[in-house]
Design a protein around this ligand. Structure first.
Ligand code: HGY
Ligand code: MN
Ligand code: MN
Length: 434
C-alpha cells in the first residue's frame, strides 16, 4: 500500500479553482445553486474532465452524474466516491466540491501511474444536496437510495416557483442511467468538516463514525391583510407578529430541553410584502438537528404546541409540516477501521467524530457500506464565502481517500465481510442515542 502513488495537489487545487470560477462571488466564494445555469456549467465542466480522464459518464433520472473508471473485473460492483457540486447562495468553494474533485483526482492519479484496480471506481456528483432553492436537500442521493420517488422529486417546487423536473430537463441533465447498472460495494465521501473540532484538536483527518439526525419543517401562518394605518392594533391577525413570537418561543423551548440542539430559521416569507399592509400570510423554515431520535420526536411535539398556542393568541391559523427527515446515522464499522488504519499508516494525525452537517452519505448508508473522511475547516466556517482549508490538509485528505478507495477496490467480497464480522465481535458498541 505504501508504494501507492500520491495525488497531485497543484492539479487538484487548479481544478477546484476552475470550478470556483463558475458562479464566482466577489469575496472568493461561490453561488452555484442546484439546477441553475451555473450548475449546468459546473456539471458540463465536470463531465468534460471525467471524459478526458477516460471515464464513462452516465446520468440518472435524478440528474446524478456517475463517472466510471473500469476495473479489471467485468462485474458492476464498483467502489463509489463523490459528493455534490451545488452550493449555498453565499457558499464556499469546498463544501461538496472538494469530495467530487478529489474523487476525480484519485482517478487521474491512478491513470498517471497506470494503476489498474480490480473493481471499477466511480465518482458521483449528487443532485441538489444543499436544498437551498429546491427543498428538501439530498434529492439525488435520496432518489438513488430509494428514499424518494422520482415523480415526487420532479414536483418539488423551488423558492422561485420552478419545478425540479422542469429544471433538470432545462439544463439537460434528466438522464436514464439505471441504478441497477451500478452496484457499489462501498461509498466513501471526502468532505471538509465545516465545524471547528479538527482544528481545535490539531488533527488533519477525521474518520467520521456517524451523522446527527436532521429534520426540516415549514410553518405557515394565515391571518388577514389589513390597512396599516386604519386597523387598530387589537383588531389585527398579523401573520408576521405571530411568526416572530413563535420562532422566538420555539428557540427558547428547544434550548431549555437541550442546549446541544441545533435550531435554525433560515428562510422567512411575509406576504403581500408591502410596508403599509398588515401581512396576512407568513411562512418560515426550521432546520432541527440532534443525535437522538427520541429527543427530536419530543422537540417536534413542542414545536407544534408552541405554533398552535401562539397562533390562537394572535388570531392566525397555523400549520406545521415536516418536509425532510434524516435519521441519526452510524457508518460502516469495517470501513471506519480501514480509514483509521490508512490515516495512521500515512502518518496523518486523526480522530473519530460525528458530523454536525448532513451529507449524501447519510442516504447511501441505507444501500451500501458507507463512511466519510473529513479535513479541517479554518475557524470551523462553512456556508460562507470564507470557507477555507489548508492545502496540506486538502492533500492529506485526498491521499487518504486514494488509499481507501484503492484498498476497497482490491478487496474481495469475502475479505470485506470478514473485516465486518471481526468488527462486530471486537468493537465497543457506541450508540448515537443518548
Ligand atoms: O445542511 C447541511 O448540513 C449540508 O451542508 N447540506
Ligand atoms: Mn456538503
Ligand atoms: Mn452545505
Amino acid at each position: 500500500m505504501n508504494s501507492l502513488p500520491k495525488i497531485n495537489l497543484d492539479r487538484l487545487q487548479a481544478t477546484i479553482d476552475t470550478m470556483a470560477g463558475i458562479g464566482a462571488k466577489e469575496n472568493g466564494g461561490c453561488c452555484r445553486i442546484s439546477l441553475t445555469d451555473e450548475d449546468k456549467l459546473g456539471r458540463d465542466q465536470f463531465v468534460t474532465w471525467c471524459r478526458e480522464a477516460g471515464c464513462g459518464v452516465h446520468v440518472d433520472a435524478f440528474g446524478n452524474i456517475f463517472a466510471i473508471r473500469a476495473g479489471s473485473r467485468p462485474d458492476n460492483a464498483v467502489v463509489l466516491t463523490g459528493s455534490h457540486l451545488d452550493t449555498q447562495p453565499n457558499g464556499g468553494r469546498l463544501d461538496g466540491i472538494y469530495g467530487v474533485l478529489a474523487g476525480l483526482e484519485v482517478i487521474r492519479t491512478l491513470n498517471d501511474h497506470g494503476v489498474r484496480t480490480e473493481r471499477a471506481i466511480a465518482v458521483v456528483n449528487w443532485t441538489n444536496e444543499e436544498g437551498a432553492r429546491l427543498s428538501p436537500g439530498l434529492t439525488g442521493s435520496s432518489g438513488y437510495a430509494g428514499d424518494l420517488d422520482l415523480s415526487l422529486a420532479r414536483r418539488i417546487v423551488a423558492s422561485d416557483g420552478a419545478r425540479f423536473g422542469d429544471e433538470l430537463e432545462r439544463i439537460g441533465y434528466a438522464g436514464t442511467f439505471s441504478r441497477r447498472a451500478l452496484d457499489p460495494i462501498a461509498y466513501v465521501e471526502l468532505h471538509i468538516e465545516q465545524g471547528p473540532v479538527l482544528e481545535q484538536h490539531e488533527r488533519t483527518i477525521s474518520v467520521v463514525e456517524g451523522v446527527q439526525g436532521v429534520r426540516w419543517y415549514e410553518v405557515e401562518l394565515r391571518g388577514s391583510d389589513r390597512h396599516a394605518g386604519t386597523t387598530p392594533m387589537a383588531d389585527r391577525q398579523d401573520s408576521f407578529m405571530a411568526l416572530a413570537r413563535i420562532a422566538q418561543s420555539m428557540r427558547q423551548a428547544v434550548l431549555a430541553i437541550d442546549p446541544d440542539v441545533r435550531f435554525t430559521v433560515g428562510r422567512v416569507s411575509v406576504q403581500p410584502g408591502s410596508p403599509n399592509t398588515v401581512p396576512g400570510f407568513s411562512s418560515f423554515s426550521i432546520d432541527l438537528r440532534h443525535q437522538s431520535t427520541g429527543l427530536l420526536n419530543r422537540i417536534e411535539n413542542v414545536l407544534a404546541a408552541k405554533a398552535h398556542a401562539i397562533g390562537i393568541e394572535e388570531g392566525v391559523e397555523t400549520a406545521i409540516c415536516r418536509t425532510m427527515i434524516v435519521p441519526p446515522i452510524e457508518f460502516d464499522k469495517s470501513i471506519v477501521e480501514t480509514v483509521v488504519s490508512i490515516a495512521q499508516s500515512a502518518g496523518c494525525p486523526s480522530m473519530r467524530m460525528n458530523s454536525g452537517a448532513m451529507h449524501d452519505a447519510c442516504r447511501l448508508s441505507k444501500v451500501t457500506r458507507t463512511a466519510m473522511i473529513f479535513v479541517p475547516s479554518r475557524l470551523g466556517i462553512s456556508h460562507h464565502e470564507d470557507e477555507w482549508t489548508a492545502p496540506d490538509d486538502l492533500e492529506a485528505g485526498a491521499n487518504v481517500l486514494l488509499r481507501t478507495i484503492t484498498s476497497l477496490a482490491d478487496q474481495t467480497e469475502r475479505q470485506l465481510n470478514v473485516v465486518a464480522a471481526e468488527d462486530v465481535i471486537s468493537a465497543h458498541p457506541r450508540s448515537l442515542e443518548r
